[in-house]
Design a protein around this ligand. Structure first.
Ligand code: AMP
Ligand code: MG
Length: 365
């Protein structure tokens, strides 16, 4: 097994290290500009600012291994954003593989056990996704993630033999769940990293609604969900990061009441001998998926579904992803970039899609 020193790789993991902090601040500034949130700053704290749309209240936090910005307009914005921050922290603990007080940690350590109704529901959704995506989405990928070092930060390229052994534990159909009782036989363990952020942004929208907010937006490490429109009735403008030059954007989508969730190998990775190894694993090979797509953005009313599908379509690769969309046209839209930089956009969002580069754009119908 070829293991790398965490220190050496700190710069390579795009979600860690100073370089990333600087870059994240730049992204936050750009996002603030692009969604025209007014005089928004990139401070990692709470801010309140007045602009032409009224008063916006924002919180910048680090949770779920990523930088997040939660913003809302309206009288109760401060209360709503504070409650939303608490919710993010609660879900981070509940669903993370490494949080000792959480459900997932507990069942992974004990081969199963009693979980909350909420966790049970998410596991059921993940299992359903496994079936519906023909195994591309597999939340039992946990041991493989660990072998690559994505949990500890001690990155390794596992030996083929180790991977084939670990892959025997990767099979979501082995998860047994009855009510809130989960059984994980044969060393199976769960990683909800491919669904948790989408569920979290969905929950934040619920909290915003409960607080009477009609205009709000969250960005959880680039995964965006919007509530309503901006206060002046105009659509939110969401910029899509260029997977090959992450300080730039390749397109803008204009939306209201939508989750816009992106999966890309550029989001978390390490580099060894010039090769990039990223965090989205193909459950067939145990290796980072390399099936022709370098970025997949899903647009849907349902944040949880969008998160599941961004990971799934990335794993499926170009042809299967396009076929999958054709079979589920009514449920979501997508923007995908292929490794030869073709931009594939589903017909339902062509009207709200603006390219920012000269890459060729193909409309999927
Ligand atoms: P995302 O950024 O939403 O695409 O999710 C990537 C995360 O999902 C990884 O960091 C892992 O925690 C987990 N993951 C990796 N590969 C898979 C897969 N094939 N199916 C489900 N979850 C995965
Ligand atoms: Mg996902």
């Amino acid at each position: 097994m070829l293991c790398l020193q965490q220190k050496k790789l700190a710069y390579a993991n795009s979600w860690r290290g100073t370089r990333m902090k600087i870059r994240t601040k730049r992204i936050l500034i750009l996002l603030c500009f692009i969604v025209t949130l007014g005089a928004c700053t990139a401070e990692e704290n709470k801010t309140q600012n007045d602009n032409e749309n009224g008063t916006i209240y924002s919180a910048d936090i680090f949770a779920m291994d990523t930088y997040m910005t939660l913003s809302a307009y309206g009288e109760k914005a401060e209360t709503a954003v504070s409650a939303a921050v608490e919710e993010v922290n609660r879900l981070d603990t509940l669903l993370s593989v490494s949080s000792e007080k959480g459900d997932i940690y507990y069942i992974n350590q004990n081969g199963g056990g009693q979980v909350s109704e909420e966790t049970a529901e998410l596991i059921i959704k993940a299992k359903k996704a496994f079936t519906e995506t023909d195994g591309a989405f597999d939340c039992t990928i946990a041991p493989v993630m660990e072998a690559w070092g994505f949990r500890s930060g001690n990155f390794c390229i596992p030996e083929a033999e180790e991977l084939s052994e670990l892959l025997q534990k990767v099979d979501s159909s082995k998860i047994l769940i009855e009510g809130t009782e989960v059984l994980l036989p044969d060393g199976v363990s769960i990683d909800l990293g491919g669904i948790a952020k989408g569920y979290t942004s969905h929950q934040i929208m619920e909290i915003y609604r409960e607080n009477g907010i009609t205009s709000g937006i969250v960005s959880l490490g680039g995964n965006v969900e919007t509530l309503g429109t901006k206060p002046d009735g105009s659509l939110w403008r969401i910029a899509l990061q260029d997977p090959e030059n992450t300080e730039e954007y390749f397109a803008v989508l204009e939306v209201a009441d939508r989750a816009i969730i992106t999966s890309g190998g550029y989001q978390r990775n390490f580099i060894q001998d010039g090769e990039v190894y990223h965090h989205i694993i193909d459950p067939v090979t145990g290796f980072p998926a390399q099936n022709g797509l370098i970025s997949v953005t899903i647009v849907s009313k349902d944040g949880t579904l969008a998160d599941v599908l961004s990971t799934s379509l990335f794993v499926m690769g170009t042809e299967k992803a396009v076929n999958f969309w054709r079979q589920h046209k009514d449920e979501f839209d997508a923007v995908m970039m292929t490794e030869d930089r073709r931009v594939l956009v589903t017909e339902g969002i062509m009207g709200v899609f603006t390219p920012l580069t000269n890459d060729s754009v193909e409309v999927l119908s």
